[in-house]
Design a protein around this ligand. Structure first.
Ligand code: ASP
Length: 242
């Protein structure tokens, strides 16, 4: 399996990090003619594909084609050489994939080696479930189960600590739950380890292990103190540091 999982928020990356990101996208998809862009996380799919193609697609020799351009999306997936699943709302993305019966075909081709890049919601659905998304349930998927390409959960756009809101000249602490608190709530009912992937961070996942290539991440395992990991760290499928 050959995955590149990005937390999203890539506009926050430095110039150097953008160069690294482009290099990783090139490593993942080099030599292919076409990559299929799955745009279901957003309502206006055509517009979304165009924005990604024009602003966020660095490969001149590899064509990026939106799934909305195909009459039969399952055939498009089965025949694809590479997959890129974009971000937006994870509930919407999951619902669309489930109602069009695309979960199994997508999982099968990626399990058989077709390279997969996920950004944000596209990374969330690589997990066993979509239960650690930050998104609002604006639509109702059939189940929370997603592709299960990896064995752990990811919380995309993860950040430490509280949020401080600016009111006039003053900062006031926002009382909503921190991400760590939400993940600890997930762990009150579920045992899957969770990787908090900081804004802009990416992991390259190959078969049984992955490496953090940009940014930081935090590992949350039930009943253990969270552990922050830095660029270059290699992890296994149970989020043990190797
Ligand atoms: N809304 C996020 C995205 O950009 C996903 C998330 O935060 O869970 O796709």
């Amino acid at each position: 399996m050959n995955l590149l999982l990005s937390s999203g928020g890539n506009s926050s990356l430095s110039e150097e990090q953008i160069i690294e990101l482009h290099m990783q996208i090139n490593n993942l998809f080099k030599g292919l003619k076409r990559v299929l862009f799955i745009s279901y996380a957003q309502k206006k799919q055509k517009e979304y594909t165009n924005i990604i193609r024009e602003k966020w697609w660095p490969l001149k020799d590899v064509e990026l084609i939106g799934i909305e351009e195909f009459e039969n999306p399952e055939e498009a997936i089965i025949n694809s050489e590479g997959i890129y699943v974009g971000g937006g709302n994870t509930f919407l993305l999951t619902k669309k994939l489930q109602e069009k019966n695309l979960i199994n075909s997508l999982r099968n081709i990626v399990m058989n080696g077709v390279p997969y890049m996920g950004v944000s919601a596209g990374t969330n659905i690589a997990c066993p479930t979509m239960m650690t998304t930050n998104d609002m349930p604006v639509v109702m998927p059939k189940t929370f189960q997603t592709l299960g390409l990896i064995n752990f959960q990811i919380n995309a756009h993860y950040h430490e600590g509280n949020i401080w809101c600016k009111e006039g000249e003053r900062f006031k602490m926002h009382r909503g739950e921190t991400r760590a608190k939400r993940i600890s709530e997930f762990h009150q009912f579920n045992d899957l380890p969770v990787l908090g992937l900081y804004e802009g961070s990416i992991i390259r996942w190959k078969d049984e292990s992955g490496q953090l290539l940009i940014g930081d991440a935090s590992i949350f395992i039930p009943n253990k103190v969270p552990k922050k990991i830095v660029i270059g760290t290699i992890i296994d499928k149970n989020l043990n540091v190797l």
